[in-house]
Write a protein of this length. Structure first.
Ligand SMILES: Cc1ncc(COP(=O)(O)O)c(C=O)c1O
Length: 410
C-alpha cells in the first residue's frame, strides 16, 4: 500500500491465449522503457522514417504512405475510412463476423450509403459473390476484414483486390488479426488502404495502428485536405473536397507530419513508436515466411490436440485463421465460463469466448506472435484437459497433448 491508498500495480503473469491482446515480446517491453525524445529530435524523426520502411516490408508494399496512427487498431480503421469516405459515397461491406459490422458502423458515421452482403458466421465469401455485388451496386469503396477474430475465419483476398481494381472500386482491408501471422500482400493483392494493430501476431501492446495507403488513396485524401490554421504554412490553401470530420484521424494532416515537412499534428506516442519499431524488427528478424510457418504448424498442433480430446472445431476448415482456433463448448459445460475462469485462476491461462451468435457457443484459443510456440500449446492442452475433467467432460487422458506432440515431431 502507498499513499494513494492503492497497491502498486503488480499484474499476474498470465499466458494470453485468447484472440488478443497477447503476451508482448520481451524486447518490445524493454523498448517501451527507453528514454523519451522530443518529437522533432532528429533521432526520433529518423525512427519515424525507419518505421515507414519496416512496415513497408511487413505489409509487402512499396507504398510511400506507410506509417502509424496512434490509438488501438480501431483508430487505424477509423482514420482510413473517415479520410476516404465523403458523405454520400457508396460503400460495400461484406460481413462475415463482428468486425464487418464494425466497418459498417464506422462507414455509416462517415455518412456513407452502406450496402452489406452477409454470410453465415463460420464461412467466408467466394470472390464471385463480391464480384456480383460490386457489379450490381457499383460502390466507390469496398471495406472488408481479412481475419475476423470473432469467427476465426480468414477471407481470401487475392482475387478480390484485382477484381475491385478492374471495376474501379477502391479497397480498404482490416488486417488487425492476421498481419505477421498469415501471408498478407498489399501490392500483389491490389489492396488500396490497409490498417492493423500491434496486439495480435506482432506481439506488441494495444495502442498503435500501422496503416498503409497507395497513391490512389493519397489522392482521395489530399483532395479533402484542410490544414489547421494555427500551423498552416504560407501559401498552403485548402483543397476543394469536403473536410474530414475528425481532426485526429485526418490522414492528410498525419501525412504532413510523417513527411519531411514534419508539420506538427498530435504529439507522436513515443513509447508506442518504440514498441512498433521493435515489433517489426522482431518479426522481420525471424523472417515473414518462417513466422507464417510457425503460426501454421502451431495452429495445426492445437487443433489436432483439441480434436483428440473429443472437442469439435468451429468453422469452415479451409478458411480457418492460422493464429486463432474456434472450438465448440460441449453442451454439458453450459456457456463455458466456468472452464475459462478455472483456466485463468488455477493455471494462469486466458482463452476467449466470442460475440453475437457465437457468445457462449465457442471458445477461441489464440496462438499469436510470441505466444505461438510448442511449450504454450502443450501447457494449454494439458491445463484444459484437467479443467474439462473437473467439470464433468470426459477426456481421453493424455491424448490431446500426444496429438499435438506428433504435429511438432513431423
Ligand atoms: C479483426 C479485428 N479488427 C479490429 C479490431 C479492433 O481492435 P482494437 O480493439 O485494437 O481497436 C480487432 C480486435 O480484436 C480485430 O480482431
Amino acid at each position: 500500500m502507498n499513499t494513494s491508498g492503492f497497491k502498486t500495480l503488480e499484474p499476474e503473469q498470465r499466458l494470453l491465449m485468447g484472440p488478443g491482446p497477447v503476451n508482448v515480446y520481451p524486447a518490445v517491453l524493454r523498448a517501451m522503457s527507453l528514454p523519451m525524445l522530443g518529437q522533432f529530435d532528429p533521432q526520433f524523426t529518423d525512427y519515424m522514417n525507419e518505421i515507414m520502411s519496416l512496415y513497408r516490408q511487413i505489409y509487402r508494399t512499396r507504398n510511400k504512405w506507410t506509417f502509424l496512427v496512434n490509438g488501438t487498431a480501431r483508430a487505424g480503421i477509423e482514420a482510413c475510412l473517415s479520410s476516404m469516405i465523403s458523405p454520400g459515397d457508396r460503400v460495400l461491406v461484406p460481413i462475415f463476423g463482428r468486425f464487418g459490422h464494425l466497418l459498417t458502423e464506422i462507414s455509416r458515421r462517415c455518412q456513407a450509403e452502406v450496402i452489406n452482403i452477409e454470410t453465415e458466421w463460420g464461412t467466408v465469401f467466394e470472390a464471385g459473390q463480391i464480384a456480383d455485388a460490386v457489379s450490381k451496386h457499383q460502390p466507390r469503396f469496398v471495406a472488408l476484414v481479412h481475419g475476423d477474430t470473432s469467427t476465426t475465419m480468414a477471407q481470401p483476398l487475392d482475387e478480390i483486390g484485382p477484381l475491385c481494381r478492374e471495376a474501379g472500386t477502391v479497397v480498404y482491408v482490416d488486417t488487425t488479426a492476421t498481419l505477421g501471422g498469415m501471408p498478407f500482400e498489399v501490392d500483389k493483392w491490389c489492396l488500396d488502404a490497409v490498417s492493423s494493430g500491434l496486439q495480435k501476431c506482432l506481439s506488441g501492446p494495444p495502442g498503435c495502428s500501422p496503416v498503409t495507403i497507395n497513391d490512389r488513396v493519397a489522392e482521395i485524401v489530399n483532395s479533402r485536405k484542410h490544414v489547421e490554421a494555427g500551423i498552416r504554412p504560407d501559401g498552403v490553401i485548402d483543397a476543394d473536397g469536403p473536410i474530414v470530420q475528425s481532426n485526429y484521424f485526418d490522414l492528410a494532416m498525419l501525412m504532413d507530419y510523417w513527411s519531411p515537412m514534419r508539420l506538427n499534428h498530435h504529439t507522436e506516442a513515443t513509447s508506442m513508436l518504440y514498441a512498433a519499431h521493435t515489433c517489426a524488427q522482431v518479426v522481420l528478424n525471424e523472417g515473414l515466411e518462417a513466422g507464417f510457418a510457425r503460426h501454421r504448424i502451431t495452429s495445426q498442433a492445437i487443433r489436432k490436440g483439441l480434436t483428440a480430446m473429443g472437442l469439435e472445431l468451429f468453422g469452415h476448415e479451409s478458411h480457418r485463421m492460422d493464429n486463432v482456433t474456434g472450438v465448440f463448448i460441449p453442451k454439458i459445460l453450459g456457456d463455458g465460463e466456468q472452464v475459462r475462469s478455472q483456466l485463468l485462476g488455477d493455471f494462469g491461462i486466458e482463452i476467449g469466448t466470442s460475440f453475437g451468435p457465437l457468445k457462449g457457443k465457442i471458445w477461441r484459443i489464440g496462438t499469436m506472435g510470441y505466444v505461438c510456440r510448442k511449450t504454450n500449446i502443450l501447457r494449454c492442452l494439458s491445463a484444459l484437459e484437467a479443467v474439462l475433467r473437473r467439470n464433468g467432460f470426459e477426456v481421453p487422458p493424455g491424448e490431446g497433448v500426444d496429438a499435438a506432440y506428433k504435429v511438432f515431431e513431423q
